[in-house]
Structures are given as C-alpha cells and as structure tokens.
Write a protein that binds this ligand. Structure first.
Ligand code: ASP
Ligand code: MG
Length: 401
C-alpha cells in the first residue's frame, strides 16, 4: 500500500511530538507500506511569522509573505526527516516545489495547477520515506506560493491524488468528525464514515477539522480520506463516496456557526436590477455573503435579508447606509448565529426540516431566517440560544444514541 499521512500543527507542535510522529510513520513503513508524509508548521509558527511582518506594515507584499510563511513547514519537514534518519530510516525532505507542485500566481491563496510526482516516486522506489513541506508550491516562474491558511490538508490530498495513494490520513488533535461539537454537547458521537458532501457542509460551516478546499479536491479525485488523532490509536472517521447505507441515516451532524451577522433591508423597491446592485457592491468590497432571503414583493416593494461574517458587519453596515435609496429602512443584528442540520438522508426522507422547526418552537426559539439545500437546513437564530438549539436538535434526531 501507498499511504499519505498529514500532520497538523499541534501534532508536530514540539520536538517530543515530532518524535511521537516518527513512531507512527515507522510503524507504517515496517508493516511493509510506502509512505509520504506532509507536515504543517509547528503550532503557532505561521501566526508568529504573520505577526513579524505586521510589525512593519499592515499590508505586507503577498509575494514576500509566501516566502516567509512557507518557511514554517520547511522547518517541520526537515526536522521530521532528520528525526527519522536518526532512527536509522532513510528519509528525504522536500519542499512543495521539490515534490513537483506547480501553482498559479495567486500569492497567499494559490491554486495547484499540476503535480509532477516523479521525484517522489523515485525516492519511494529507493525505499525512502518522503517528507513534504505542506501548504506550498511554486508558480511557473519559480516563486514560492502558498495555498491559503490551513493549506497543508490540500497539499496532502493533492499529493495522494497525484500518487494514486490508497489512502490519505489527516492527523490533528481531534480523533475524527463528530455529530456535533463535543464541547457543546458532551453526548456527541464520533462518526465512522461520512460522505464528501456532508463533510463539505460541516467543514465550511465551521467544523474546523478539515480545510474545505481539501475535501472538495478529495471528492474530485476520489481520495479516501481519514480524519484521525495523532494522540490516540482511534480509527478516526472515513470521508468517502456516498453509499446507499448512508442515506438510511437522516441526519449526520449539527453545526453551530457563531460568526454570523444579519442585515435586513425593508421595503426594497421591487424592480429588476436592485439585488444585482446591492450584491455587486458587497462583492466589490470583498464581503462574503452567506444566506440570502427575499420574499415575494407586494405593493411594489419587498424585504431582503442576508448574512455576512461578523468581522464584516461594520463594513456591510457602512456600505448599506451609503447606498440607502430605493428602500424604506434597514436593520442590523450581529447577535445572531447559524444552526445547520446536515445529512444525505434528507434527499430521500421528508419531514426532516419540520422536525427541526418543531424542536426549536418547543424551546421558544424564534427562527429569523431559513435556507435549505438538498442535504442541509440552516436557521438563523438569536446567538444566546445557539448552544441550546444544538443540544436539543442533537437529541431530537437521536444523534446521542
Ligand atoms: N501553517 C499553515 C497555516 O497555519 C498551513 C497549515 O497548517 O495547514 O495556515
Ligand atoms: Mg490545519
């Protein structure tokens, strides 16, 4: 078997932990497998480097940021390789470029364009353990690029795809994907398997275990992905293609996203082009709009509501106040949160949404906005009730059993 392991910042957070990681790698190797290891920077390192740059200017050049930030992963990759060598194993450390990763020119948020796995394959053939610095590649001109924060997950999945690996295991300090955040609901259960699409909803909804770009790529390349802990021997959660048995489960997980603010525009003139104008303006200000709700216009006007990340709330507010025409009024609320119920079983079962609304009603929780997709129901509610909503929904769908 050829396996790819990826170790996140906390898993390689100090020298002792790096040592602990070598034992895991050696075990895989001694079982007769080939292994490629992708590493993150030691925990806190990337933020520390960002802080260094910000000492000089609030807007450091992106090209230099890439050169700076990519160094964190190189430190870990070289140390891990040295540690493996010290134990008598043949290991080789590679940068993103060394591993053949070519990206576009978007510094600090580059896309992988191609991977030439020859160098890795040659090393594997010579019996070597390959250790790759995650989160980076180079553009065609040879400048270092990085793949966006959390990008080592993406490196691991992309390399697993390019090498046609049998599995890709992502190690962190959590031992898998849970039905909800165990800090909110102690009865949360670890899932054995989950589909790519469910995982995408969970990761973009704020379950921080896997970077969402990496899950998208795993789906596209059909990489068998495992989320595991480097601090336990638990078998983790397998993220894979949807199967019929998955549909038997109505709901797989409940997520709370506290980073939400709501904007409501009242009595917006009901004419073609108004939504385009408003959302173009927000897009041009780089404000990410999440949920959008508009009702049917009556008497020539309509209500339009949407949510933005809490950090963008002030900007969105200023922008809307400067626009302030073609509408009767507006209100803003940053004390809201989004509760989402996710499950592929919703495709083939009815009543899942009704059950959610009923449970919230029984707890006197008012729903301000609702949006749904094939496998998700999201509700905006008062942030004071977010955790209560999570716990009661978790119980209502029997996820604690
Ligand atoms: N070190 C980078 C970050 O903190 C990449 C990663 O850890 O995946 O974002
Ligand atoms: Mg990470």
């Amino acid at each position: 078997m050829l396996v790819v392991h990826k170790y996140g910042g906390t898993s390689v957070g100090d020298l002792e932990r790096i040592e602990n990681v070598t034992n895991r790698i050696i075990k895989v190797k001694e079982d007769g497998n080939d292994i490629v290891v992708v590493v993150s920077a030691m925990s806190g390192e990337t933020n520390k480097l960002v802080g260094y740059a910000k000492h000089f200017t609030s807007e450091p050049a992106k090209k230099e940021m890439d050169m700076l930030l990519s160094s964190g992963e190189r430190v870990t990759a070289s140390l891990l390789s040295i540690a493996l060598q010290a134990k008598g194993f043949d290991a080789v450390a590679m940068t993103g470029r060394g591993a053949g990763i070519i990206t576009d020119d978007t510094h600090t948020y580059a896309r992988i364009e191609s991977i030439d796995p020859t160098a890795m394959q040659n090393a594997i053939e010579q019996g070597k353990i390959v250790v790759v610095a995650g989160f980076q590649g180079t553009n065609k001109e040879g400048s270092i690029t990085t793949l966006g924060r959390g990008g080592s997950d993406l490196s691991a999945v992309a390399l697993a795809g390019a090498l046609n690996a049998d599995r890709c295991e992502i190690y962190s300090d959590v031992d898998g994907i849970y039905t909800t955040d165990p800090r909110i609901e102690p009865n949360a259960k670890k899932l054995d398997t989950i589909s790519y699409d469910e995982m995408l909803e969970l990761s973009s909804l704020g379950a921080k275990v896997l970077q969402s770009r990496s899950v998208e790529l795993a789906k596209k390349l059909n990489v068998k992905l495992y989320a595991k802990s480097s601090f336990s021997d638990n078998k983790g959660t397998l993220i894979t293609k949807e199967s019929n048995s998955m549909e038997e489960v109505l709901v797989s997980g409940i997520v709370l996203d506290k980073n939400q603010a709501r904007v409501t525009l009242r009595g917006v003139s009901d004419r073609p082009g108004i939504a385009a104008e408003i959302f173009t303006m927000l897009a041009e200000a780089n404000i990410n709009v999440d949920m959008i709700i508009q009702n049917m216009g009556t008497d020539g006007s309509t209500n339009l509501g949407f949510t933005v990340p809490q950090s963008e709330h002030e900007n969105a507010k200023k922008l809307m106040e400067s626009f302030n025409h073609d509408m009767q009024g507006m209100d803003f609320d940053e004390h809201v949160c989004k509760v989402s119920v996710v499950g592929v079983g919703m495709k083939s079962h009815s009543g899942v949404a009704a059950a959610a609304f009923t449970v919230l009603a029984q707890n006197n929780i008012n729903i301000q906005m609702i949006s749904t997709s094939e496998i998700k129901i999201s509700m905006i509610i008062d942030e004071n009730y977010g955790e209560l909503a999570i716990r009661t929904l978790h119980e209502a769908y029997g996820l604690d059993r």
